[in-house]
Design a protein around this ligand. Structure first.
Ligand code: BDP
Length: 695
């Protein structure tokens, strides 16, 4: 058959099936605007939204108009008038008091200080005797965020009859860190290649750059680092800065600021210097002129992100200088431009002060508290090791009261099944975001850069058509944005909202999708690294690195022996990593009886016959956890099958295939780990019957 005829036939079929179930490849993410399929809602919306008025001028307002027209035309399935004044009830007015006469005259008030520079109000108001909806903000970008939010309410079929939302972000800078290499590869990317086509820049701008910015702005992301923290000095060359400037120009109207990961040895590699000592006048002069060059090209450049003296990267320690001396040298240079230096605390490597690697960051950084300039942030991973499936909170949070610390989360699933496993990460992030240790960080004094708080997520996007490899990995990008804006949000509410925007408003489908999502992380923890275990995966940096089970090569992390399992980090007999936590956590973790079992083997070496809360021995509990993890993934497969026909076939099958693969992997993890640990425990492997458990 003629290919084009076939294509027309398929399109016809999709149209015939109707708007609720149509072919979708995931490219539109949560920005799909299908016609509202709930008739009552559709009528309500059509009555309440008749025209839009955007009085302000400029690129951001052009984007707002475009997005609202696109979204509303799709959702309401009717063309919407762009008006200049309020002629009829149902006018949506968008803008700021400075740019919009209509909004200025409303004199809207918000809870003091709630909006800030990025927040917005969405409110039903009476304007010229007509009921209207107003989307107001202090800056155009806030109006853009409000417009996206408004569309999301409609996508989720929310009641908008008396709408009154006033929302401002909790983190000032909500940024993505792309671990992308200049050659198009990625450090830990599982969704194809890097989105940035450096070879084409600055002349040719790929259409995806704009769609990337739309997606980011729709969830409030306002900063990005395009290059790997294991940086290539070339990113700082004039040639590459021009390329970066083209991206910055494109993204500015979306409110996205660019930063750069800077390689410490750049003055030697790009310049002609023989040293990168931060106190050397030549080195300072080199960075000064580089900084001025950057700000000449990108006036609102955010600043530098630096990974120094970790995993073989160069840094100030090579010259007998501290992290503070390194960070401060750069901070002084970006300060006149309002810039920030984000200095990573993920440090380990040679010259370790302690055999227990997880103690190193605390040991190196806490003595430097109070020494960093006020436009420096120290970027700290959520846990003290390295993005493991589960870690206790990093004890650096709360331990440096005179330094601004910002959390780094990993959105890309380096240790959680790459783009094969369905793993919704919000519940994991919430464990640390809700911790009082972290919450204290959000109340520190703003620095000269104006920021009080930053949060960073290691991005999971690439050239795959659906951006993230796995359709459900999109939920992690979405949830990161939502939690960066408001860390107090509930994971399940985010999951349900994402499911509505991304898949369907069908009640059964939303309940099923969010249920799988909410159980997924713990299921993965159970079949990979239960009870506080970690790093049981294979080593390596290639595509397959950190994916498969390899406990036999990971003795130094799990310390299994004939007597038991786990890393003794107690104060009495172990490495005393517990000593880095404040009370009451220190005592809680230190004591075998009070240590939460989810962290048990992280902090304790435990006898195989130790009695767990369930009444089982440690050995049996370990076997149970692996079996439970497998059982959960089996159930996800069954649950997913109930969605056939409720969501489009293309994404249905994609997820189904991956769930099958995840189940095979789960079984492999279970067999490999249980067999391996049995070699130490010498105990029998129990079988567990989960048949009485309901789905
Ligand atoms: C580890 C990754 C490594 C990164 C490093 C980092 O395996 O590729 O470079 O983190 O955060 O998780 O710098």
């Amino acid at each position: 058959m003629n290919i084009s005829r076939l294509a027309i036939g398929l399109t016809g079929l999709a149209l015939w099936i109707g708007p609720a179930v149509f072919a979708a490849d995931g490219y539109d993410l949560w920005l799909r605007y299908p016609k509202i399929d709930d008739t009552a809602r559709l009528e309500q919306y059509r009555g309440a939204i008749k025209a839009i008025v955007v009085e302000g001028q400029g690129d951001t307002y052009t984007i707002i108009k475009r997005e609202l027209q696109r979204g509303l035309t799709g959702l309401l399935d009717q063309k919407l008038a762009l008006a200049t004044q309020v002629r009829e009830p149902g006018t949506v007015i968008i803008g700021t008091a400075q740019d919009s006469r209509l909004i200025a005259q409303l004199k809207l008030t918000d809870a003091p200080g709630k909006l800030g520079p990025d927040g917005f109000i969405i409110r039903t108001c009476v304007v010229d005797d007509k009921a209207c909806i107003v989307i107001a903000a202090n800056r155009p970008v806030g109006a853009l965020y409000g417009s996206f939010r408004f569309l999301q309410l409609l996508q989720a079929h929310r009641d908008i009859s008396q709408i009154d939302i006033c929302a401002g972000p909790k983190h000032d800078l909500r940024m993505l860190n792309h671990w992308d290499n200049l050659n198009g590869g990625g450090e830990r990317g599982y969704a194809g290649y890097s989105l940035w086509k450096w070879q084409d820049l600055p002349q040719r701008l790929d259409g995806r750059y704009t769609d990337y910015a739309r997606a980011c702005a729709s969830i409030g992301i306002n900063g990005m680092v395009p290059n790997n923290v294991n940086a290539d000095a070339k990113s700082l060359s004039t040639e590459y800065l021009r390329k970066l400037a083209a991206l910055a120009d494109l993204w500015r109207p979306y409110g996205i600021k660019v930063f750069l990961a800077a390689k410490w040895s750049a003055p030697k590699e790009l310049g002609t210097l023989s040293t990168a000592d931060p106190l050397d006048v030549g080195v300072i002069a080199w960075w000064k002129s580089k900084t001025e060059e950057i700000y000449g090209l990108i006036p609102d450049f955010g600043g530098f992100l630096v990974k120094a003296n970790s995993e073989g990267q160069p840094g100030p320690y090579d010259y007998g200088r501290t992290h503070a001396q390194g960070a401060n040298m750069l901070a002084e240079l970006v300060r006149p431009h309002g810039g920030t230096v984000i200095w990573r605390a993920f440090v380990y490597g040679k010259d370790k002060p302690d055999a227990d690697r997880i103690k190193q960051a605390y040991q190196e950084f806490v003595p430097l508290d109070g020494l960093f300039k006020d436009n420096v942030f120290v970027q700290v991973k959520n846990g003290p090791l390295d993005f493991q499936p589960r870690e206790p909170i990093n004890p650096l949070f709360g331990a440096m009261p005179k330094t601004r610390l910002n959390m780094e989360l990993q959105i890309t699933q380096e240790y959680l099944g790459h783009s094969v496993y369905l793993c919704y990460l919000a519940p994991m992030w919430k464990e640390v975001l809700d911790s009082p240790l972290y919450l204290g960080e959000l109340d520190k004094k703003p620095g000269s850069d104006g920021y009080q708080s930053i949060i960073a997520g290691v991005a999971n996007v690439g050239t795959d058509r659906n951006w993230c490899g796995h359709h459900f990995a999109q939920a992690n990008w979405f949830a990161f944005g939502r939690l960066a804006w408001d860390p107090s949000l509930d994971s399940q509410a985010i999951a349900q909202e994402w499911a509505r925007l991304t898949f369907t408003n069908d009640a059964h489908a939303i309940a099923t999708i969010s249920e799988i999502m909410m159980r997924s992380w713990q299921a993965n923890v159970n079949f990979m690294t239960p009870l506080g275990l970690n790093t049981l995966c294979n080593a390596g940096s290639g595509d397959e690195g950190h994916y498969s089970p390899s406990p036999a090569t990971r003795q130094k992390f799990h310390h299994a022996d004939k007597t038991g399992l786990g890393y003794d980090r107690t104060s009495a007999t172990g490495s005393n990593a517990v000593g880095q936590y404040p009370e009451p956590l220190r005592t809680q973790f230190d004591d075998l009886d009070t240590c939460p079992e989810k962290y048990l083997l992280w902090f304790h070496h435990v006898d195989w016959d130790h009695r767990m809360k369930s009444g089982r021995t440690l050995w049996d509990e370990l076997c149970w956890s692996y079996a439970k993890g497998v059982q959960e993934v089996r159930q996800f497969n069954t649950l997913w099958q109930t969605l056939e026909g409720k969501i489009d076939a293309q994404r249905y099958r994609h997820v189904q295939d991956r769930l099958k693969e995840q189940l095979e992997q789960a079984v492999l993890w279970q067999r490999t780990c249980v067999d391996y640990f049995q070699g130490f425990s010498g105990r029998e492997i129990q079988e567990f019957d989960f048949s009485s458990e309901s789905l």
